[in-house]
Design a protein around this ligand. Structure first.
Ligand SMILES: C[S@@+](CC[C@H](N)C(=O)[O-])C[C@H]1O[C@@H](n2cnc3c(N)ncnc32)[C@H](O)[C@@H]1O
Length: 274
C-alpha cells in the first residue's frame, strides 16, 4: 500500500510530462513559434538559409585560409537558438561566445549547449560586454538584415575585434533598396545593400576581402526548405498550430518569389579588421 502511494504520483508525473513535452526542445517560454518550426525543419538549431551547408562553407574556408582563428576567441552575433555556435565548437573552434538580443533564445541556447558562453546582448552595445581587441573571428548568419543601423553595429564589432580579425557576414542582399519585406516574426527585413555595404564596412573599421554572390544557391535552399515543409507537414502539424504553419509557409513562398525574381539575393562577405 505504502509503495502504491509513492508509485501512483510518480506515474501521473511521467504521463503528464509526456503530454507537456511535445518535441525534443527544452521548454522555454516566449520562443517564437514560427522560428521554432523553422529550426525543427532545418534539423538543427539554425534559422539561417542553407542550414549546415552554409556553415560548412565558412568552416572550410577558415580551416584552409585562416586556421589560427580556431584557437582565438569567436563571436556568434545574433546566435539565435545556438546550433551554429555549437556546430563550430564541434568542428574545432575552441572558444566560442554567442550573443542575441532576444533573452528567450539565449535561455534556450544556455540550457542546451554548455560549451558556448551565451548572453543576451544587443549587438549595438556589444563593447559594453567585451574588452577591446578580444575576438579573432566575428560572424553573423542572417542577422544584419534585421538591423537598420548597420554601421553602428559593425563599428561596435570592430571595437571588440583585434586588428586583422576576420568578419563574416552571411545574409540576404539587394541591389536596389525596395519596400521592406516582413520576416517570419513580422519585423521588416533590411537586406545588405550591395551598393552600400563596402562603404559601410570601411566606415566602421573593416576592409572587404571577398564578396561571394549566393543568390542562386539561396533559391535552391528555399525550394528545399518549402519541399521539407510539404514532406514533414503531418509531423509538424502535431507540434504547431495551423495558423503558425500557414504564416510560415506564406513567408517563405514570398521570399522564394522575391529570390526567383532577383528582387532579393544572398551574399557571403569576408572582411578584415583594419
Ligand atoms: C534569423 S535569426 C538567425 C539566428 C542565427 N544566427 C542562426 O543562424 O540560427 C536572427 C537573429 O538575430 C537576432 N538579432 C536581431 N537583432 C539583433 C541585435 N541588434 N543584437 C543581437 N541579436 C540580434 C534575433 O533575435 C535573431 O535571433
Amino acid at each position: 500500500m505504502k509503495k502504491l502511494l509513492y508509485t501512483v504520483p510518480f506515474l501521473l508525473l511521467l504521463i503528464g510530462g509526456y503530454f507537456l513535452w511535445p518535441s525534443s526542445k527544452p521548454v522555454v517560454s516566449n520562443l517564437n513559434e514560427a522560428r521554432l518550426m523553422l529550426s525543427e525543419l532545418r534539423g538543427g538549431d539554425f534559422t539561417h538559409a542553407g542550414d549546415r551547408e552554409a556553415v560548412d562553407m565558412v568552416i572550410t574556408k577558415i580551416k584552409q585560409e585562416a586556421s589560427e582563428v580556431l584557437n582565438g576567441n569567436c563571436l556568434d552575433v545574433g546566435c539565435g537558438f545556438g546550433g551554429t555556435a555549437d556546430y563550430l565548437v564541434k568542428n574545432g573552434f575552441k572558444h566560442v561566445w554567442g550573443i542575441d538580443i532576444d533573452p528567450a533564445v539565449i535561455n534556450y541556447a544556455k540550457s542546451k549547449y554548455k560549451q558556448v558562453q551565451f548572453s543576451s546582448v544587443d549587438a549595438a552595445s556589444v563593447s559594453l560586454k567585451f574588452d577591446r581587441d578580444f575576438f579573432s573571428f566575428v560572424y553573423l548568419f542572417n542577422v544584419l538584415y534585421a538591423i537598420e543601423d548597420k554601421v553602428t553595429v559593425l563599428r561596435q564589432l570592430a571595437r571588440v575585434s583585434k586588428p586583422g580579425a576576420l568578419l563574416m557576414i552571411f545574409d540576404y542582399s539587394v541591389e536596389e533598396t525596395t519596400e521592406p519585406l516582413l520576416d517570419l516574426t513580422g519585423k521588416p527585413m533590411r537586406p545588405v545593400s550591395m551598393k552600400k555595404i563596402k562603404q559601410q564596412l570601411y566606415e566602421s573599421g573593416w576592409e572587404v576581402l571577398e564578396v561571394r554572390d549566393l543568390s542562386e544557391t539561396f533559391v535552391v535552399w528555399y525550394e528545399q526548405l518549402l519541399q521539407k515543409l510539404e514532406d514533414k507537414k503531418k509531423e509538424i502539424k502535431g507540434h504547431f498550430l495551423e495558423k503558425d504553419i500557414a504564416k510560415f509557409s506564406a513567408t517563405y513562398i514570398h521570399i522564394l518569389h522575391q529570390l526567383r525574381h532577383k528582387i532579393l539575393g544572398g551574399v557571403l562577405i569576408y572582411a578584415k579588421r583594419i
